[in-house]
Design a protein around this ligand. Structure first.
Ligand SMILES: NC(=O)c1ccc[n+]([C@@H]2O[C@H](COP(=O)([O-])OP(=O)(O)OC[C@H]3O[C@@H](n4cnc5c(N)ncnc54)[C@H](OP(=O)(O)O)[C@@H]3O)[C@@H](O)[C@H]2O)c1
Length: 363
C-alpha cells in the first residue's frame, strides 16, 4: 500500500473570472486518514451553474478554505458542490463504511472537483449496496441537488393535488427535467417553457424529448405570451404553481397565466435579470411569491433530505427518472488543467447540449 496518493484538484485562492482564478493543482494525501475520516476517490462530479457562481464570487455560500500543511501556502478552496466518490481507505475506527462503498459529500461547499479527498464520516451520505445496484456514477453523482430541488418545489409549495397544473421555465434544465418526471409521478400536469433552438430540427427534438419524459405541454418563451392559446393547451384549467429559474420578463408572462391565490417559487436566475412582477398579480390575483434555496432547506431538514434522496435513487433504479443529457469530460492523470478550466468557463453559455460532468479515469 503506498503511503500517499496525489489528489489533483481544481482550486482557487480568490474569487473572480474562472480562467484567471481556477487552476489544476496537486496535493499529497496520506492513505492513513485521521480517526473518523475516510480517503475517497471521486468517480463523477458535475459542473452546476451555482458552482461557477461560487468561483466567480457571486454566490452567497462560499467555498470552504483548506489550509495546507505547508504554512507558507495560501489557503485554497476546491470547486464543485456535487459528486459521487468511492471509499479507498478508512481510519481503523470507522465501522459504517468500507473500501469500495460509494459516498456523497453531505454538506455544501465540500469541493468535488478533485480526484481524491479526505472526508469526515459525519459529512457524507453512504449509498447502500442495494441502492447503487445497476446505477452509474453519473446517475448517483447528479442525484443530490437538482432532483431534490425539483422534489421539494413540487411537494412543499402550492399543495398541488392530482390533476393540478404547474408552469415552469428552464424546463430543459436539470431541475426542469426532474420536475417534469416527478410531476408525472405525483399525478400533476406540467406546462413547460423552453427557449427556441436556432435550428428547427433541434427544437422539435427537444420538445419531443421533454414530452417523452412526461411533459404535458411544451411551449417557447414567445408562445406563452398568447394567453388564449395557452388556455386551449391546458384545457382551461387553473395553473396553481409556477417555478422560475430564469427571471426577467418571463416571470410577468407566467404570472399572467396563473390562477388567483396560486403560488410562485423562484429558485434560480439564469438570465441574471431581476424578477419582473406586475402589481396586479400581487393585489388582484393574490399570488404568493417565494424563494427556495436547497442549501438552506438541507441545513434545516437533514433527515428529510436523506429520505428524498432515497426516494430519488429508488425512482432512478425503477427507470422513472431518466439521466440528464451530459457532456462527459474525462479527467485522468494526463489531463491538462486548461481543458478542465475551459469546460467550467463555458457552463453558463446557454443552449448547451448537456451538463458538463467530470469523469475520473485511471487517476
Ligand atoms: N435554489 C436552489 O436551491 C437551486 C438548486 C439547484 C439548481 N438551482 C438553479 O436552477 C437553475 C438550473 O440549474 P440546472 O443545474 O438544472 O441547470 P442546467 O441543467 O445547467 O441548465 C441551465 C438552464 O438554464 C437555461 N438558461 C441558460 N442561460 C439562460 C438565459 N440567459 N436565459 C434563460 N435561460 C437560460 C438553459 O436553457 P437553454 O438550454 O435554452 O440555454 C437551461 O434550461 C440554475 O439557476 C441553478 O442555479 C437552484
Amino acid at each position: 500500500v503506498p503511503n500517499h496518493v496525489i489528489s489533483r484538484a481544481l482550486t482557487f485562492t480568490e474569487t473572480g473570472d474562472i480562467d484567471k482564478v481556477l487552476s489544476l493543482t496537486n496535493h499529497d494525501l496520506s492513505t492513513k486518514p485521521p480517526p473518523g475520516h475516510v480517503l475517497v476517490q471521486f468517480l463523477a462530479s458535475p459542473i452546476n451553474p451555482a458552482d461557477v457562481n461560487q468561483v466567480q464570487g457571486t454566490y452567497p455560500s462560499h467555498a470552504r478554505l483548506i489550509t495546507s500543511s505547508t504554512p507558507s501556502t495560501t489557503p485554497f478552496a476546491v470547486g464543485g458542490n456535487e459528486g459521487v466518490a468511492k471509499v479507498i481507505f478508512t481510519s481503523p475506527d470507522i465501522t459504517n463504511v468500507k473500501a469500495g462503498d460509494w459516498i456523497l459529500p453531505f454538506k455544501p461547499s465540500f469541493g468535488t472537483w478533485r480526484s481524491h479527498a479526505i472526508i469526515p464520516k459525519d459529512e457524507m451520505i453512504v449509498i447502500k449496496d442495494e441502492q447503487k445496484k445497476g446505477l452509474t456514477p453519473i446517475q448517483v453523482g447528479t442525484a443530490s441537488i437538482n432532483p431534490i430541488t425539483a422534489w421539494r418545489l413540487l411537494k412543499d409549495y402550492g399543495k398541488l393535488e392530482k390533476g393540478d397544473w404547474l408552469v415552469q421555465n428552464g424546463a430543459n434544465s436539470g431541475v426542469g427535467r426532474a420536475a417534469i418526471q416527478l410531476a408525472k409521478e405525483f399525478g400533476f400536469k406540467s406546462l413547460n417553457i423552453i427557449r427556441r433552438r436556432d435550428q428547427n430540427e433541434e427544437h422539435i427534438l427537444m420538445v419531443e424529448e421533454l414530452k417523452e419524459l412526461g411533459a404535458d405541454v411544451v411551449v417557447t418563451d414567445d408562445e406563452i405570451k398568447d394567453k388564449e392559446r395557452i388556455r386551449e393547451l391546458t384545457n382551461n384549467n387553473d395553473i396553481k404553481l409556477g417555478l422560475n429559474c430564469v427571471g426577467g420578463r418571463i416571470v410577468n408572462d407566467m404570472a399572467k397565466l396563473m390562477a388567483e391565490d396560486s403560488h410562485f417559487v423562484t429558485y434560480g436566475g439564469m438570465s441574471k435579470k431581476p424578477v419582473n412582477l406586475p402589481t396586479a398579480m400581487l393585489i388582484f390575483k393574490n399570488i404568493t411569491f417565494y424563494g427556495f434555496w436547497l442549501t438552506k432547506w438541507s441545513k434545516a431538514n437533514p433527515k428529510e433530505k436523506q429520505k428524498t434522496l432515497d426516494s430519488i435513487l429508488d425512482m432512478i433504479q425503477k427507470g422513472k427518472l431518466k439521466d440528464v443529457p451530459v457532456e462527459e469530460i474525462e479527467w485522468s492523470t494526463n489531463t491538462v488543467g486548461s481543458l478542465l478550466v475551459d469546460k467550467v468557463n463555458k457552463t453558463l453559455d446557454g443552449h448547451r447540449q448537456g451538463k458538463g460532468i467530470f469523469i475520473f479515469k485511471d487517476i
